[in-house]
Design a binder for this molecule. Structure first.
Ligand SMILES: Cc1cc2nc3c(=O)[nH]c(=O)nc-3n(C[C@H](O)[C@H](O)[C@H](O)COP(=O)(O)OP(=O)(O)OC[C@H]3O[C@@H](n4cnc5c(N)ncnc54)[C@H](O)[C@@H]3O)c2cc1C
Length: 490
């Protein structure tokens, strides 16, 4: 039986383990931390439960598809669809609820901004059409295999992508593209989707206009039991399939011989394997685990996506005006990205994201309180000097914009900085989504899923193709698994 060693039990590593084991392979996962989940771990603190990383769940079919591969071994996973994706607050008092129902959304656009909703609905249709037309090219296959670019395949897909479309989003930035919404606040709202892969909307290509389709077209969802239920489902399914998972066991080296992998060296010793999949960030994979092999320097030196500073607060306040996902906008959104990507600092008045998981999982906080996940974007590699000042500014902003004085109602607190994210998950400079997508060529600057020089070596997870975030990591696991089946069959 062919054996697979997987480095890291994040979403990508676990999903690849499920797919490979379901195919009948002997799979062993090595995870450096004492727990599985990577960025999607959880924290219990003083009666509150917090999801440490992702809070937004979209495209659930990808997780269901992964679990289905395990047949009777699949762990249960339940989720509900939300009636709105986000509640937005502007400093001038404007509020906007992004309803999933199109007629409610139209009414909300009219009442919040006093504009005709039709251009916005058309903008969303362009997002859906763009997504459907391009996902086959950029998300569902490797970009680095000759077979992906066979004339028949490529021209068919590109033809479908561009057919009947005016104003191709090839030369514009996302911000320029979003000007067609016809209102500055809506333009800003759609610009925020660049942050879904840690990029700058004022530089990122307009191709990112497909991202809103995930929320407005496909919907937003809440897993029963919180976001960590995603990890639990993958972890349990992997164990049910017979996958061996060693936690607190870091891989130190990927072992190679005659141009092929032969296993990994861990703190427990050598482990032989026919195939090695790195679900760890691609930079430490090359720099630390393959020190004697040529590294893809252009990719490893690419601009990083953003990181974040996250305050996890138990708040003894019902906060009825806040929903599951809330955005308190910066006064000057462009200045925020100049700070993040040019001066490499956090803006004086950053946009604040508040997620209250207990809105959909009430068991995660004592009654009448909430488990707040409060995040501001930070440059990757940002050093947490002045954290106390940032905390004050965030609390003052929340008080100003919602009337809630968090400092008066604080039950418990935990903080993560870019350095913490780097140390705990091995993510290069604490970036949340690997390299940023700030250039039209960015999709091609993500590392390939199959190594060109070392036979049997594969990559999965947020730092490689097709990108970061739960859906793309799950798609990446599917792509990587298909490549293994093709190039290293059982
Ligand atoms: C604060 C925050 C908010 C986010 N919000 C969202 C969101 O709302 N929605 C969304 O979809 N995504 C979000 N993301 C991004 C998402 O969490 C990631 O893209 C995704 O979880 C990355 O998964 P991964 O498979 O790349 O592995 P990771 O989660 O990066 O895990 C990699 C694993 O490899 C292990 N590892 C590293 N080196 C070694 C080694 N040498 N040996 C053994 N193990 C090793 C690490 O310990 C880690 O467990 C967020 C991320 C963060 C941090």
């Amino acid at each position: 039986m062919s054996s697979v060693a997987i480095i890291g039990a994040g979403i990508g590593g676990l999903a690849t383990a499920v797919r490979a084991a379901a195919e009948g392979r002997k799979v062993t996962v090595f995870e450096a931390s004492p727990e599985v989940g990577g960025k999607l771990r959880q924290l219990h603190l003083d009666g509150y439960r917090f999801d440490l990383g992702p809070s937004l769940f979209t495209w659930p079919d990808l997780l269901l598809d992964t679990l289905e591969k395990a047949g009777a071994h699949a762990a249960p996973f339940r989720f509900t669809q939300l009636d709105r994706s986000c509640h937005y607050f502007w400093p001038d008092g404007t509020q906007f609820k992004a309803w999933s129902d199109k007629s409610k959304l139209s009414e909300e656009i009219q009442s919040a901004f006093g504009v005709d909703p039709q251009p916005v609905l058309e903008h969303l249709e362009r997002s859906s059409a763009g997504f459907e037309a391009t996902k086959g090219i950029f998300l569902e296959q490797s970009l680095h295999e000759a077979s992906s670019w066979s004339p028949q395949n490529t021209f068919r897909q590109l033809g479908a992508a561009w057919r009947g479309r005016r104003g191709l989003p090839l030369t514009q930035t996302l911000d320029q593209w979003n000007a067609r919404t016809g209102h500055e606040k809506l333009r800003q709202l759609f610009n925020r989707y660049a942050t879904y892969n840690g990029s700058d909307p004022y530089r990122a290509p307009a191709m990112l206009h497909v991202i809103p389709h995930l929320e407005f077209g496909m919907g937003t969802f809440a897993p029963e039991g919180g976001m960590h239920a995603i990890v639990k489902a993958l972890h349990t399914t992997a164990l049910n399939l017979g996958v061996t998972i060693h936690t607190a066991t870091a891989v130190e080296r990927i072992l190679t011989e005659n141009g092929r992998v032969r296993g990994v060296l861990t703190s427990m010793g050598e482990h032989n394997a026919d195939v090695v999949v790195s679900g760890a960030d691609v930079t430490p994979t090359y720099r630390q685990m393959l020190p004697n092999h040529r590294a893809p320097e252009r990719i490893l030196n690419a601009e990083s996506s953003t990181s974040g500073v996250i305050f996890y607060w138990g708040v003894r306040h019902p906060a009825p005006e806040l929903h599951l996902h809330n955005i308190l906008w910066a006064e000057d959104y462009r200045a925020e990205f100049d700070a993040l990507f040019q001066s490499k600092t956090i803006a004086e008045d950053p946009t604040v994201y508040i997620n209250i998981g207990s809105r959909t999982s009430p068991e995660d906080a004592p009654e009448g309180t909430g488990n707040w996940f409060v995040m501001v974007n930070a440059p990757a590699g940002w050093k947490a000097s002045g954290l106390g000042d940032l905390r004050q500014r965030v609390m003052a902003k929340i008080l100003r914009m919602t009337g809630i004085d968090v400092s008066e109602h604080l039950a418990c607190e935990h903080v993560l900085t870019p350095d913490d994210i780097a140390t705990r998950t091995g993510s290069h400079r604490g970036a949340l989504y690997g390299p940023a997508s700030n250039k039209p060529t960015s999709a091609f600057l993500r590392h390939r899923n199959r190594d060109r020089r070392i036979g049997g070596l594969y990559f999965v997870g947020g730092s490689v193709h097709p990108g970061g975030g739960i859906p793309l990591c799950l798609l990446g696991a599917r792509i990587t698994h298909e490549l293994i089946e093709r190039h290293d069959p059982c």
